[in-house]
Design a protein around this ligand. Structure first.
Ligand SMILES: [Zn+2]
Length: 562
């Protein structure tokens, strides 16, 4: 049994999906902080590791990998991909109306009840496992984040006050997480499935238990979420997604992690598990508003992973392809996942970078190895919530990537424009910030309006300093032309673009992009566009009882000061 485990770990390692940490980099956000490195955010989930190993085996039939990974494939639902609508537009056109995606927060894993987390620390000295350690289990520590053992310390323990703060934080972010809608259904409660799980054979192989039916079994065995049996009986009313929170123990190098462990019939994730890996004592500082300000980027980041921002999802939907990228200094990476031309993410990125070349790359993260391929590159999209660092902006590029999965209708008017790389042209993204230019293309009121984002100076990164033509903080004196009062586009304050014009422009581009999609499929453009706007307006107005944000939110500027 353990030999099999070693083989699996080896396979996953060769597949490049076992994370190896950089030196410990605690996540922290505080306005008075000194310059810090860009911080890793999340740890790749066990389920994602399994999914990627399976996809790799399917793609390449690698020796050794195929045996293990195909075992997973044999137990997976073979028709999930076929059932999934590959194109959000078609899904939209077939649905009479859409409504906001509704979340139900399950905090039972933070408590002491019958469904509390059996792997959570309850006393100092308690032994716990992360991932699947071998019999001679290596100790968790710097650089060893998973498949290891450790012992609880006082940092891992928390009380009711910390628990309440974490719940309030996640709920507050969920209340504002209104980017996505799905077709209006029959309003039946969300009921989970009792089964042996999608990986039953693998569970046997790993010694996790014989084949047996259990409510949301994958969630228990892969994500540490032990769903109450009632969720497979009466379910949860008025909900589309269960968001379960855990805080099993502190991992110094990681802020949080997220996984999806249960899916709707069309493949859409409907159980998201967020594991908090920082000391909960940090949550007691300041007001709830302060807490949300500090951590909303992180919680959004994990939620976006949970609802689909994962390499496995992008691969299964056929959105990404392997490419080779060469940095300006000659470094070559021949194993980069990049969004394909024709996707909404790609169209939004072309708009942002100001690159008309349809062959423009839109790469997922290459560096550091921890979290590789699961995020945007901080060298290309530093301000985006799905890059490493402290950014909290949900860009049209990120929303486009989620829209491309085909599960959701996306409100692009809720996107926030990025600064980093704006209007830098094709060479910027081709070299990931190695080729920057002083475009001096935007008129501003003075040099103080040409300083870029304050996060660039508060949070630095040696890699950016090494690789980017103008370093990690490219908005120095040369970014502003005093004679003409012109500023580099990426350094200009948002107001220089006419307030929220950038967001409206993105929404417009993506609407036209959908229009062109329809052209390709010989569909009725006018009908599609009419359906698009009618469904969003009518569906959301009726479902939410709210005035839908056809105009950009007035408070979009809240992100300017980050
Ligand atoms: Zn992440």
């Amino acid at each position: 049994m353990r030999a099999c485990l070693v083989v699996l770990v080896s396979v996953l390692s060769h597949a490049g999906v076992v994370v190896v940490a950089s030196p410990p980099i605690p996540f922290a956000v505080a306005s008075s902080s000194p310059v810090r490195p860009l911080a890793p955010r999340s740890l790749e989930s066990t389920r994602e590791r399994l999914e990627l190993a399976r996809l790799d085996a399917n793609d390449h039939a690698t020796v050794g990998g195929a045996a293990i990974a195909s075992a997973g494939a044999a137990n997976a639902q073979p028709d999930v991909l076929e059932r999934r609508p590959r194109d959000g537009r078609r899904q939209l056109a077939a649905a009479p109306a859409v409504r906001r995606l509704r979340f139900h927060l399950d905090s039972s894993m933070l408590g002491e009840g019958a469904t509390s987390d059996p792997s959570a620390c309850t006393h100092v000295g308690m032994r716990y496992e992360r991932g699947f350690p071998t019999d001679d289990g290596r100790a968790c520590g710097p650089g060893v984040l998973t498949d290891c053992i450790s012992y609880c310390t006082t940092d891992d323990l928390f009380g009711e006050a910390e628990r309440a703060r974490l719940i309030a934080l996640v709920q507050a972010v969920l209340d504002d997480f209104d980017y996505f809608a799905i077709p209006v259904g029959d309003d039946a409660p969300l009921v989970l499935t009792k089964s042996a799980g999608n990986h039953a054979w693998w569970y046997v192989l790993m010694g996790l238990g014989a084949v047996e039916e259990r409510c949301a079994r994958d969630c228990a065995l892969l994500s540490g979420y032990h769903a109450d049996a009632s969720l497979c009986e009466t379910g949860v009313p008025n909900s589309d997604v269960i968001v379960a929170i855990r805080a099993p123990h502190v991992i110094a190098e990681v802020a949080a992690s997220a996984s999806a462990c249960h899916h709707a019939a069309n493949g859409r994730p409907n159980v998201v598990v967020i594991s908090w890996h920082q000391s909960l004592a940090n949550l007691l500082e300041g007001s709830l508003a302060d807490l949300v300000e500090r951590y909303e980027g992180l919680v959004r980041h994990e939620l976006l992973h949970g609802i689909g921002f994962l390499l496995s999802e992008f691969r299964k939907a056929g959105l990404v392809e392997r490419i080779t990228m060469t940095d300006l200094d000659g470094d070559v990476d021949a194993d980069v996942w990049s969004f394909k031309s024709g996707t909404r993410a790609h169209a939004a990125a072309q708009q942002h970078f100001g690159c008309d070349d349809p062959n423009m790359a839109l790469p997922l993260m290459r560096h550091p190895e921890m979290g590789r391929d699961q995020h945007w590159s901080s060298r290309a999209m530093r301000d985006d919530v799905m890059a490493y660092g402290v950014a909290k902006r949900v860009s049209a590029i990120t929303l486009g990537a989620i829209a491309d999965l085909g599960y959701y209708t996306v409100d692009f008017n809720r996107s926030v424009c990025l600064h980093w790389g704006r209007a830098q042209g094709c060479a910027f993204v081709a070299t990931l910030c190695g080729a920057m230019v002083h475009d001096h293309s935007v008129s501003v009121v003075g040099p103080e309006a040409c300083l870029g984002l304050s996060t660039w100076t508060r949070y630095a990164d040696d890699h950016l300093d090494d690789k980017c033509a103008f370093g990690a903080d490219p908005c120095g004196a040369a970014a502003y032309n005093a004679a003409t009062s012109m500023c580099n586009a990426m350094c200009a304050v948002d107001e220089a673009f006419g307030g929220d014009a950038c967001v409206l422009q993105n929404a417009s581009v993506l609407a036209f992009h959908a229009d062109h999609d329809a052209d390709d499929d010989d569909e009725d453009d006018g009908l599609y566009l009419a359906l698009f706007w009618t469904q969003i307006l009518v569906g959301m107005l009726s479902a939410w009882g709210l005035v839908f944000a056809i105009f950009v939110r007035a408070d979009v500027g809240e992100y300017r000061a980050v």
